[in-house]
Design a binder for this molecule. Structure first.
Ligand SMILES: CC(C)(COP(=O)(O)OP(=O)(O)OC[C@H]1O[C@@H](n2cnc3c(N)ncnc32)[C@H](O)[C@@H]1OP(=O)(O)O)[C@@H](O)C(=O)NCCC(=O)NCCS
Length: 201
């Protein structure tokens, strides 16, 4: 199986697990939590999620956009499920691998505010990378973030990405071209940090 092979959504979407963290297909009852995530300040600041964002948009995203990526072989988009501080397991964020051709993919991720800072995203990214390399035959995964998105950079660092510098005016961010941090993880790279934690000057 490769990233570009069509997958029947949601039945053939794999379920990936590590401890409390599960990656699975999105479900209609995730929609409210998707709105909570997409309207939170960090998501608006660092992602291109539409703003304002409402329940109808979340339902459309789950019902139309997520399945299309699987069907067309362009993007494998997973929901993350984990235990929230109230003790209930539910939607905890989303992450995806976008096909870039020639065994390459771009990773994207965002966490629900209620579970941030507990290592859930680090576990989810590690699971998705393992799946991408071992099952989908990927060789290299690329990560981009707007310069200054330290939380995202920290997740990339913890999951084995090697940083490649800053790309001047590369990202399309809410109508502006912004500078991007870039990093790659190759299938043969170790899963943990490739070097000491540091931020570019
Ligand atoms: C980026 C994001 C997914 C990280 O989620 P998270 O739940 O904090 O991730 P984890 O808990 O797995 O690990 C994050 C690590 O970064 C650290 N971190 C998070 N935000 C940080 C910040 N602003 N500055 C410094 N460190 C930060 C955490 O402390 C943790 O490190 P540690 O385990 O060594 O303490 C989350 O902040 C988010 O959803 N942001 C908005 C969307 C976004 O920016 N997506 C990425 C677009 S490129």
């Amino acid at each position: 199986m490769t990233l570009s092979d069509p997958v029947t959504w949601p039945d053939a979407v794999p379920v990936l697990r590590d401890g409390d963290v599960t990656l699975r297909a999105h479900r209609p009852d995730d929609a409210r939590a998707v709105v909570e995530q997409c309207t939170d300040a960090l998501s608006v600041r660092w992602t291109t999620v539409p703003s304002p964002y409402d329940l109808g948009m979340a339902r459309g995203w789950i019902h139309d956009v997520a399945p299309a990526g699987w069907r067309e072989g362009s993007e494998h988009l997973f929901a993350i499920e984990s235990t929230h501080p109230d003790g209930e397991r539910r939607f905890s964020g989303s992450l995806s691998l976008r096909d870039m051709g020639s065994r390459r993919a771009e990773i994207a991720f965002g966490a629900h505010p209620a579970i941030r800072g507990k290592g859930v995203m680090t576990t989810a990214v590690t699971l998705l990378l393992e799946h991408g390399f071992d099952t989908l035959g990927l060789e290299t995964v690329i990560w981009y973030a707007n310069v200054g998105n330290v939380g995202s950079r920290r997740v990339a660092w913890k999951t084995g990405f090697t940083f490649g510098g800053t790309l001047h005016m590369w990202l399309d961010h809410r109508g502006e071209r912004t500078d991007a941090w870039v990093a790659t993880r190759h299938r043969d790279d170790p899963a943990g940090p490739a070097g000491p934690w540091e931020l570019p000057a």
